[in-house]
Ligand binder design. Structure first.
Ligand code: GLN
Ligand code: ZN
Length: 778
């Protein structure tokens, strides 16, 4: 029995990679220093895994920005627009690489970056390979070979990790018509063979091919490509040991295909694909080794040793010890690095910490599991089992986690709790009291979080200023924002969210059942890391969270002040979620907490309340068959949060970050009175979808893109609104930017919003002329 690791975090235990890269981009440090930090991280990772006792240690899991981009560079899939960057004297391979990731604006060149998108359903983002018809591939970067050699020099024979050829192609995007990316396999395979030849010359033993697409729905062409590729590799390298890694789900209808491939080790995800074990055991061909992905690579909870041991024993019984390996479910890049760095009791008290395991601890868990199954009765292994049992068992009963009141409240929910009192058409009549004009203008909630605003929060946290002083500063900033919104004549105002650090953290910090780590950083993309809140227990709201600031802001104006909340699905989606109950259950608990907040806002005189759900689309399961189940509970959670109010109270929601066309029915089912939505990058497409579908409620298609500092002109927005009006009745339309303004500066924000208000007024002029005609025809 061997242990293996599929991949280890490359950000460094103190985010060294982020710091050095950002310094390099700011031209504060040189190329050699960047390479050195990369080397240090790799060495630390390899040695740590070796010391821990991992048998098969990965290489080429390190990356300066993104491992998919590494592959594009390796295969020479470099879009032509970067030729100028390559040609420029003094530019290194690393500069080309970063240019592809981030764009290159220097020395008179202006080349845009490659697109980035989410890595399956994780919060990691990869750089999308660009493919052209007749796309050539040839070995360009030898990183994988260099890193294998580098580890060998340290005395460690690693297992180089490659994204498998089919998954690599499927991750990419066709940039012109007339071909299918999967057809490029004939051009691509020779490069894989070339790389394997070079690794073979260095006496490589195992090579890992990541093929996560085997857990997704595949077409016939793709299935054939799988058969073709692995047969060719096997034919060319009869002695090479091929580890095929699948993760993020079960193999299900791809099981037969997968076990028919001529590989040596099959890795399966037994966290996401928990119920596939028996099928895989039954189908596995004679000699293949099965690698059990037992330790959750995507969450932070300790492994349940007793449960894992029984699974391992089940596999051993069928396959024998030599054909069973132990591993984490997927690469550990989705876990924070080292729980040992969480030394602050206030952030993470020992009682919670005992339930957690970061990447380094997961590596140790893998090794301990092997020892325990091998009946190694070393004192330390047995002690670890004992500790593990205690941690797991007190998680089942801890008063920190379990709150009877919350559980009973969820049980007592009635279907009607997820419905407003009346249908939208009736609510709309009552909401006329709000007295809003046609093409009502509003913003999405946040105003610029300037360096100054953030410095107040830092000073308050560090004790440099008192809470009162901090609150006074925020109050002033809020008052200024309110006054300015009145001056430019926006219709529905916002308080600006100056008091918030982050739209999930701000709520998590005030809810019971949440904890916040100090060092739980996970790579999101490139040098950007996120530190998701940890939902460890039953969620409840001890007291109102936003009422004070919203009521204060409302007191400053006679216009409507919009209350501003983050929705339950988004809070869930952007956190580490407890694994001892279904996600739907946790989401419902959060929904009830938000519902209480919505009701309290209404009581405090707030008549319009927005519940943001930007993450609802990204929570979709990978396989379409699972979509509806998710959408049912996600939509219901939103509705529970929104449905405690009177008909007169207008509920808004906001969505961004993705295309929503394929879930438009479910968006309608959310039954928000108004949805504001990001559309500026594909306006027409989205509007068409809303029009074809006959979206029943009100909608504010973002009229300008807040992701760029560019100030849009009134005429552009008028044009967009006219297009919108052509497909959606004017009385359903709102006018707003496409997302919150916190990342923008005040100067551009002011200019843009003044233009926006004026565009809405222009539209109303048209409407006035139209209204009488409509009356006549009525
Ligand atoms: N209300 C939030 C804001 O304006 C919404 C953020 C988001 O959509 N991601 O910042
Ligand atoms: Zn947004």
């Amino acid at each position: 029995m061997l242990t293996q690791n599929l991949g280890y975090p490359r950000i460094g235990s103190h985010r060294e990679l982020k710091k050095i890269c950002e310094n390099y981009w700011a031209e504060k440090t040189g190329y050699k220093n960047v390479l050195q930090v990369g080397k240090n991280i790799r060495h630390d990772n390899w040695l740590m895994q070796k010391d821990a006792g991992i048998n098969i240690i990965p290489a080429n899991d390190f990356s300066f920005y993104d491992h998919v981009l590494d592959h594009s560079l390796m295969f020479g899939a470099i879009p032509k627009r970067y030729n100028e960057v390559i040609m420029k004297k003094g530019n290194s391979e690393l500069d080309l690489y970063f240019a592809m990731a981030r764009g290159f604006q220097k020395d008179g060149l202006d080349v845009v970056a490659m697109e980035m998108t989410k890595w399956f359903d994780t919060n990691y983002h990869y750089i999308v390979p660009e493919f052209y018809k007749d796309q050539p591939f040839k070995l360009f970067s030898t990183k994988i070979i260099d890193e294998f050699y580098e580890a060998k020099q340290l005395g460690i024979i690693t297992k180089p990790v490659l994204i498998g050829p089919i998954s690599y192609l499927l991750l990419g995007k066709e940039k012109e018509t007339g071909f299918e990316k999967i057809d490029l396999i004939k051009n691509l395979l020779p490069v894989y063979l070339d790389i394997l030849t070079r690794l073979d010359a260095l006496d490589v033993e195992y090579v890992q091919f990541d093929e996560p697409f085997l857990t997704l729905d595949l077409g016939d062409k793709e299935k054939k490509a799988f058969e073709y590729v692995y047969k060719e590799i096997r034919k060319t390298f009869p002695r090479l040991k091929i580890v095929l890694a699948t993760y993020f789900g079960g193999l299900n209808n791809n099981l037969d295909l997968t076990v028919s491939l001529p590989i040596d080790v099959l890795h399966i995800d037994l966290v996401r694909g928990e119920d596939q074990l028996n099928d895989v055991l039954a189908a596995l061909s004679d000699k293949t080794i099965l690698s059990l992905g037992l330790v959750d690579g995507r969450n932070i909870w300790k492994n349940d040793f007793e449960k894992s041991i029984s699974i391992i024993n089940q596999a051993v019984e069928k396959l024998g010890k030599d054909r069973v390996w132990i591993a984490a479910s997927c690469s550990l890049i989705h876990s924070p690095v080292d729980l040992g760095n969480e030394t602050n009791e206030k952030n993470l008290p020992q009682e919670i910490k005992q339930w957690l395991s970061y990447a380094k601890q997961k590596v140790e868990e893998i090794v301990t599991l092997k020892k325990l199954v091998n009946n190694e009765t070393s004192a330390s292994a047995l002690q670890k089992l004992e500790e593990n049992k205690i941690a797991i068992s007190n998680k089942k009963t801890s008063a920190l986690i379990h709150d009877v009141v919350v559980k009973e409240r969820v049980l007592a929910l009635k279907d009607s709790d997820a419905f407003r009192l009346n249908t939208f058409s009736k609510r709309k009549v009552k909401q006329q009291k709000l007295n809003l004009p046609q093409y009502a203008t509003t913003t999405i909630g946040s105003f610029p979080q300037t360096v100054e605003v953030r410095s107040w929060r830092a000073k308050f946290k560090n004790g440099v200023i008192t809470e009162d002083e901090y609150n006074d500063l925020i109050a002033d900033e809020t008052a200024k924002a309110v006054k300015w919104q009145e001056e430019i004549d926006l219709d529905v105002l916002v308080h600006g969210e100056f008091e918030r650090n982050d739209m999930v953290e701000y709520f998590g910090e005030q809810l019971k059942g949440f904890a916040f780590s100090k060092n739980g950083w996970v790579q999101s993309y490139g040098s950007r890391c996120v530190k998701p809140p940890i939902i460890f227990g039953d969620v409840s709201r001890p007291k109102p969270m936003t009422v004070k600031w919203s009521a204060y802001a409302q007191s400053l104006t006679s216009k409507h002040m919009k209350g501003m909340l983050t929705g339950p699905v988004t809070i869930l989606q952007w956190s580490f979620v407890r694994n001892d109950q279904p996600r739907a259950e946790t989401c419902t608990q959060i929904a009830l907490a938000i519902r209480d907040e919505v009701c309290d806002l209404e009581k405090a005189g707030i008549k319009i309340i927005q519940i943001d759900e930007p993450a609802i689309r990204e929570g979709l399961p990978l396989r379409k068959v699972d979509w509806q189940t998710y959408l049912n509970w996600a939509v219901k959670a939103f509705k529970i949060s929104a449905s405690g109010v009177k008909d007169e109270t207008q509920i808004h929601t906001h969505m961004c970050y993705s295309e929503f066309n394929d879930i438009i029915q479910n968006i309608a089912d959310m039954d928000a009175d108004v949805i504001t939505i990001e559309t500026s990058r594909s306006q027409m497409e989205l509007l068409d979808a809303f029009a074809d579908f006959n979206y029943p409620n009100e909608i504010g298609p973002g009229v300008y893109d807040i992701h760029s500092p560019r100030v849009p002109k009134r005429e552009e927005m008028v044009k967009l609104l006219q297009r919108a009006k052509a497909v959606i009745p004017a009385e359903q339309l709102w006018v707003n930017p496409d997302c919150g303004l916190k990342t923008r500066g005040w100067d551009e924000t002011k200019k843009a919003l003044i233009e926006m208000v004026s565009a809405a007024k222009e539209m109303r002029k048209d409407a006035e002329i139209l209204i009488p005609e409509q009356h006549i025809s009525n």
